[in-house]
Each structure stands twice: as structure tokens, then as C-alpha cells.
Design a protein around this ligand. Sequence first.
Ligand SMILES: [Zn+2]
Length: 347
Amino acid sequence: MLIERGRLRPFDGTITGADPFAVIENGALVTDDGEVVDCGTATAMIEAYPDAAIVDSSDLLTPGLTDSHIHYSQTRIIGTFGGGLLEWLESVTFPEEQKFEDPAYAREIAKEFFDTLEAVGTTAATVYCTSNPVSVDALFEEALTRNIRVSAGLVMMDRNAPSPLLTPAQEAYDQSRALIEKWHGADNARLTYTITPRFAPTSTPALLEAAAALWDEFPSCGMQTHLSENTAEVEWVRRLFPKAPDYLGVYEMFGLVGPGAIFAHAIHLTDREVGLLAESGSVVAHCPTANRFLASGRCDVARLLKAGVRVKLGSDIGAGTTFDMMEVAEEAEGVPKRGRPPAGALS
Ligand SMILES: [Zn+2]
């Protein structure tokens, strides 16, 4: 047994129970063969485990960090400039995602992706793959070999992207369904499936219906998509879905709003959309570094929280500029950058 003494951010095993800002300055983490056994004040832990070896740590001892919005297929294009959102998708993202039809490439990136998450202390992530099932299998197969909690899904797109990335709605439904049956709940439920229509502009009504049908059939799956990241995108959605009251209204029309839904960005919202996000129990994935990189605007998190919307943080790699959720949190708070934490600062 080992006692690591240092600054400790305690965790009682529940999301709501522990004070997220509490830090014990003279804390200690007790592990047995790498598994966490206990934590608390150093005095109490040394008394409770008198036979354990003691080491002093300059690290912040903290539970693993969670990334609620990340594209593993964009690991290698992080920081690649390509204009605003729509131009960036066209010139940088879609060409890279086409490479994932090659299983060897997908496996290589999946390894690189999890290596990077481990290095920055991320132990749970909600992930976009590509529209090729090969990319989903590669991600989950690699996840099986890691101590990580992953929810991920096949990107569903049937218009407004290069044709090799498009899949007709019925086929996207069939492929997603097969992947749900294969991966949802795997590895003692550490691996789960999230139904993933990319966003309204790359979806026909039939595709959104297919996504909703999957969610009806498998309600324990998550559902993730993008919402109101950029004003040109919002305008485009208005033209594509003229009957919808607003952007979120498109997803609402197809039954894609509710608990278990994660909407990334949610920057340019009407009051109706904010109210609907709150009352439906949906989650917003706030991705501040990506919003800065693509000059999309700034999400008014205070407005969302005041309305009762649940907000999580996402790196949104590769539009995001860092995998490190500590840096994403700093950007969200708008505090001046203090640079990267010293090596080994995350445990
Ligand atoms: Zn994204």
C-alpha cells in the first residue's frame, strides 16, 4: 500500500456529493497496487493505514478529468488553420476524416489519442469517430486495452460533405445499430455508445429520423451533435429547415432533445432555445478553446447556468487547441494563461 501526500481534491464517488472546489492542502491518497483505496487528510490516512509506505507528492492529486466533446479523428489536425467553421470543415477536417477508411490508420490514431488523454489526466470522454464504422471499431478496440471510460459513436452524415463521407440514412441506421449491439455496455459498461448525427447541415430529415429511431430503440445510449457554433451555420440551418422555429428546434422536431443529449457549443441561442435546453435536461458541451480558434464567438455560460442548463466542458479537438482539460477550464474562466502545468502536475 502507498500513501501519496500532497494537495488533494477529494472525490466521494458521486457527481453531486463532493464540493468540486474543495482542496485539502495536507491531503493524502491511498492506493493498493495502483487502485485507489481511500483519501482524506494526511494525518487521518497515516493513522488508518500505518503499514503503508509514504511518499510526498508535488502533484495535485485529483480524480480523472472528463472531456465531454472531442473528435478522435482530428487528433493530427489540431491547430491547423482553415478559416471559420464551415471553411475549416471543408479544407482541413473532411480530408483527414476520409483517411479513416484504412483500419491501420484508424488504429494508429486511436493509440495516439488515448496516449494523449492519459498524459493530460483525462479518464472519461465522449467521442466522435468518423462516418466509417472502421473508425468506431478501432477506437473501442483500443479503449478495451486502457483504463478509460469512453462513450463514442459513428458520425451520421448524408449531405453537404464529400461523398466518401456520406452514408444514406437507412445505411447509417443499420451501421449504427450493429455498432450499438457490439459496443454499448462493453467492458463492464465502461464503454457505451452515443448516437452521433454530426449536425443539422449534414443531415437530411430522413437522417435525423434515423438517429431518433435509434435513440427510441436504445434509450440508454447518449446522443451528441453540434448546435449554433457559428452565425453562418445558424443561417444555413434556417434555410435548410425553414419550418423549424430555430436551430435547436430542428433537433426538437425529430425527438433529439432530452436527458442524455449533448449539444456542443450552443453559442448563438434565442431565449426559447436556452429555455428548452434547461427544461429538457439536455447538456451543453462548452468548448472555449475551439470557439476562440475558429472565432465562433463566446458561449454565454452564465446565461445558460442561470437558466438551469447543465454545462460540461469539452476540448473539441481538433478545432480546440489543447487536450488538457485544465487548460480548457482556464480558458472557460477567462483567466490569463499561466502556461502549461509543470511536467507531472496531473495525477
Ligand atoms: Zn465538434
